[in-house]
Design a binder for this molecule. Structure first.
Ligand code: ZN
Length: 178
């Protein structure tokens, strides 16, 4: 850190050489006169944002992806805030407009299976998963197909995953031998 005196000497040198010093602009630290401030205030009050302008702004912003940094800032600002009923309804609507989503599909399957694991019959909502009978990766068109969903508890789901893996490994091994 430079001392105040040497900093001011450097600034004087810069001012002489380039005519300005960064961070020490003409307006910096200056106050507008009372009259001028009043003018600015009045201009702001009289500025009416018409519906058309609002629409233009909203259209211009649509489809723009926010940068990660911006999203992180928004996340921090919104932390602890609860979504109002209105916001929730809007979110739901947007969701439906996109078509049936994962959560809706999951709910449909759970309701059809009466919130019960199809393997062992446990009906504790906290441990229930919804599994794809035919895998999403092989049958992406069946991703949100209710008939392709199956309610399983965490335990049975894990067993099924392991069995599938073993089956796939054996299958591949056999295929190599053939
Ligand atoms: Zn189960």
């Amino acid at each position: 850190m430079l001392s105040k005196r040497s900093q001011s000497l450097i600034n004087a040198h810069k001012r002489k050489r380039w005519g300005f010093v960064k961070g020490q602009g003409f307006w910096l630290g200056k106050k507008f006169s009372g009259e001028h401030r009043e003018k600015i205030k009045r201009a702001g009050i009289n500025r009416i944002v018409t519906e058309e302008t609002k629409l233009k702004i909203s259209n211009a912003l649509k489809g723009k992806t926010k940068s990660l940094e911006h999203r992180e800032k928004l996340r921090i600002v919104n932390l602890g805030k609860k979504a109002s009923k209105e916001t929730k309804r809007k979110m739901q609507e947007a969701h439906w407009r996109k078509g049936i989503g994962y959560n809706t599909w999951k709910r449909f399957v759970l309701e059809r299976d009466n919130y019960t694991c199809r393997e062992c019959g446990i009906s504790d909502k906290r441990v229930l998963h919804v599994d794809h009978v035919k895998s999403k990766s092989h049958h992406p068109e069946l991703e949100f197909e209710v008939t392709n969903g199956m309610t399983l508890c965490a335990n049975c789901h894990m067993i099924k995953t392991i069995e599938n893996k073993e089956y796939n490994v054996n299958h591949k091994r056999n295929a190599v031998h053939d």
